[in-house]
Design a protein around this ligand. Structure first.
Ligand code: DCP
Ligand code: MG
Length: 405
């Protein structure tokens, strides 16, 4: 079948707002033989399968049995937000340029995204979760941690609760969701991927040790490609290899993150499920259809982004917490630079000054421009702005960040 493109998206603007855990992992030294405090808890990590694509397939049955991607137009530098599992067999994946996706899968059906619809489905999914617990920590529109330790339904079996949740999502919302069930967040998150799509996997407290021992280091939250490469070079490939290192060795090599590695490689993760998360930054960025040729065009284009950013800051009630503004510039050769300055005003003139500095670092046409503000911790700003409206996060639990540098 010839590739059909349903509604090419015009906008390549995206909002990358990052959130931070209210209570980051403890910095204190572990006991020589730390008790597994997580053993008594029951955590479910639930994550929809190819979320945006599943919603689109649900709403348009003609897409059934076709490879489908949600995202922007291949002619306009659009990217793949997600694709269904059939398209994944061709090598298509999230964040890939759509132009590459259609080369890999010539009969790919491209559907424009509809964020309002996904937010509504996300709200409906949260409602189903809330039948079991109030301790729900959303990570993005389609995934959340649930602490069901105190829930008495299904004789207190988290495995049966996960089954019931998945059944409700399937029968009421007509999409599928996978789940991982474990004594802590770290293992539940990995387990939800184990039987995807439309599956679930339980790691009981007795199984934690064996399950974690064989995990590759890349699976640990905070180990991105840079840290993983460093570990491989040092002969560390699995959690078993990490366990052979003393805490001193790990902190010497990886700084503060060494303690976290020490714990995670033993299956220890005492982070609570936190219903609220705090926003750490607000930003807006745009990939242009045609490169911006010079500094003057960049300054001109920044006005629209600036307006967008103001709206986002107000929508998040974040103005009082601004303590830094930054600009991201990606040049035509894909090199990227970020320039920031301290201050809580962040006027258009401030951003223009930053663009000026950023531009000079590359001195070539610009592919992407981003404007953003970093936010002080609410305690410092004397107010508490709670994160309620989940969107895909730049600092998520996905482990894509390198935390050790
Ligand atoms: N998303 C996006 N851009 C990305 C990654 C994801 O816009 N780079 C959006 C589209 C996804 C949704 O977020 O549907 C959820 O992201 P997931 O990582 O959970 O991916 P999926 O739900 O699509 O697939 P999976 O079955 O692997 O969870
Ligand atoms: Mg998902």
């Amino acid at each position: 079948m010839a590739r059909s493109q349903r509604q090419p998206t015009e906008s390549n603007t995206c909002y990358r707002d990052c959130v931070i855990d209210v209570n980051p992992p403890s910095d204190k030294q572990p006991d020589p033989d730390p008790p597994d405090l997580g053993a008594g808890r029951k955590i479910i990590h639930a994550d929809c399968d190819s979320f945006f694509a599943s919603v689109e397939m649900r709403d348009d049955p003609s897409l059934k049995d076709l490879p489908v991607a949600v995202g922007g137009s291949p002619d306009k530098r659009g990217v793949v937000a997600t694709c269904n599992y059939m398209a994944r067999r061709y090598g298509v994946h999230s964040a890939m340029p759509m132009s590459r996706a259609v080369r890999l899968c010539p009969n790919l059906v491209i559907v424009r995204g509809n964020m309002a619809k996904y937010k509504e489905v996300s709200r409906q999914i949260s409602e189903i979760f809330s039948r079991y617990t109030d301790l729900i920590e959303p990570l993005s529109l389609d995934e959340a941690f649930l602490d069901v330790s105190e829930c008495l339904q299904h004789n207190g079996s988290a495995t049966l609760m996960a089954q019931a949740i998945r059944r409700a999502v399937r029968e009421e919302l007509h999409i599928t969701i996978s789940a991982g069930i474990a004594p802590n967040k770290f293992i539940a998150k990995i387990a939800s991927d184990w039987k995807k799509p439309d599956g679930q996997f339980t790691v009981t407290p007795d199984e934690v040790d064996g399950f974690v021992a064989q995990l590759p280091v890349e699976k640990l939250f905070g180990v991105g490609s840079v840290t993983a490469a460093r570990m491989h070079k040092a002969g560390l490939r699995t959690c078993t290899d990490l366990r052979a290192q003393s805490l001193n060795d790990l902190t010497r090599s990886y700084g503060k993150f060494g303690l976290r590695l020490y714990e995670l490689s033993r299956g220890i993760d005492n982070r609570p499920v936190r219903p609220h998360r705090i926003r750490k930054s607000v930003s807006v960025e745009r990939t242009y259809e045609k490169d911006l040729p010079d500094l003057a065009t960049c300054i001109h284009s920044a006005k629209v982004l600036f307006e967008d950013l103001q709206g986002r800051i107000d929508a998040n009630n974040a103005r009082a917490r601004i303590d830094q503004c930054f600009v991201k510039v990606r040049f035509s050769d894909f090199t990227t630079t970020t320039v920031s300055n301290m201050g809580n005003k962040c006027t258009l003139a401030d951003f223009e000054g930053l663009i000026h500095s950023g531009w000079q670092r590359g001195g070539q046409p610009v592919r992407l421009l981003g404007l953003g503000v970093r936010l002080a911790h609410p305690d410092a700003a004397g107010q508490l702005a709670l994160f309620t409206d989940s969107e895909p996060e730049s600092e998520s639990e996905s482990g894509s960040n390198d935390a050790s540098s």
